[in-house]
Design a protein around this ligand. Structure first.
Ligand code: NAD
Length: 264
């Protein structure tokens, strides 16, 4: 049976490849982005998120089967907090009642390998508290403190997202409603977001130190789309709360086999 998907970040990169894959497989898709999509809204602010939810409800007659959230920014600016964290979490929370009407509702979103990188714990906590104003003020403070501090913003948004997925997934409104909620954690994906970062041998050498990818090197967007789509398919019945790294081995290289230390 055809399923109805909502995909954010539909105009470019991973979101665009995900829309194409779903359509090729005969699914229906409502694309959401700030431009060039079925629904054009700015997910960086509360009004845009609410308008986006309202338009999805209108276009879907109030029932959707899955949401795949890909919209994001990699810029070292405060707005990245609004798009990457609140633009995902508030949008998903707004769509929960609509999702719950499906017989097999699913959600996946796009975290990053960067969730494992240095971050600002204060910023991460502010996001997890749902306090957008404080989070923006902390992020602006990082920007004002110079490039090295500002560079912590992106990783902080992705750490917060992955932690949000883990905590939320087991709550009544997600697990209790039969909704698997997961993230993918890509390594470097060849999209417009990182084009400048990987366009010279020198810049690639620098990236390859922080994101080593011994298995098959950089990804194409479609390769991430396959995983996002599987996580939101009816085949996924029990995977939830996870960030699944699709990173050519970066996580294994950088963290080795010590990821169970917390369970001691
Ligand atoms: N490319 C990579 O190497 C990589 C690695 C790990 C994670 N990611 C994550 O994957 C996701 C997709 O990134 P991509 O590489 O496809 O980038 P991309 O720049 O190609 O696509 C991002 C999309 O998000 C949309 N967007 C940005 N701000 C928005 C806003 N305020 N409202 C609505 N839409 C907005 C853009 O218009 C764009 O279409 C992002 O969350 C990114 O952080 C990317």
């Amino acid at each position: 049976m055809t399923r109805l998907y909502v995909v954010t970040g539909a105009a470019s990169g991973i979101g665009q490849a995900t829309c194409q894959l779903l359509k090729e497989r005969g699914e229906e898709v409502i694309g959401v982005d700030i431009h060039s999509s079925e629904i054009n809204v700015d997910l960086s602010n509360e009004g845009g998120r609410k308008d986006g939810v309202a338009e999805v409800i209108l276009k879907s007659d109030g029932k959707i089967d899955a949401v795949i959230a890909c919209a994001g920014l990699a810029n070292p600016i405060a707005k990245t907090v609004s798009v990457n964290f609140f633009g995902v979490t508030q949008f998903l929370e707004g769509l929960l009642p609509t999702l719950s009407k499906s017989s097999a509702p699913r959600v996946s979103l796009t975290s990053s390998m960067a969730s494992l990188m240095p971050n600002s714990p204060e910023l991460v906590e502010a996001m997890l508290k749902g306090d957008e104003q404080s989070a923006l003020a902390i992020a602006q403070g990082l920007v004002d403190a110079g490039d090295q501090k500002a560079a912590l913003i992106y990783g902080s948004t992705k750490r917060a997202l992955s932690r949000w997925v883990r905590r939320e997934s087991i709550k009544e409104q997600w697990s209790g409603a039969g909704i698997p909620l997961n993230a993918v954690g890509p390594g470097i994906v060849r999209t417009p977001m990182v084009a400048d970062m990987i366009d010279t041998a020198e810049s690639r050498a620098a990236i390859d130190v922080s994101v080593p990818m011994p298995l098959n090197y950089y990804l194409k967007p479609l390769q991430v789309a396959y995983l996002l789509v599987w996580l939101t398919s009816t085949e996924n019945t029990h995977t939830t709360g996870q960030t699944i790294y699709i990173d050519g081995g970066s996580d294994a290289v950088l963290r080795g086999d010590n990821v169970w230390d917390l369970a001691k």
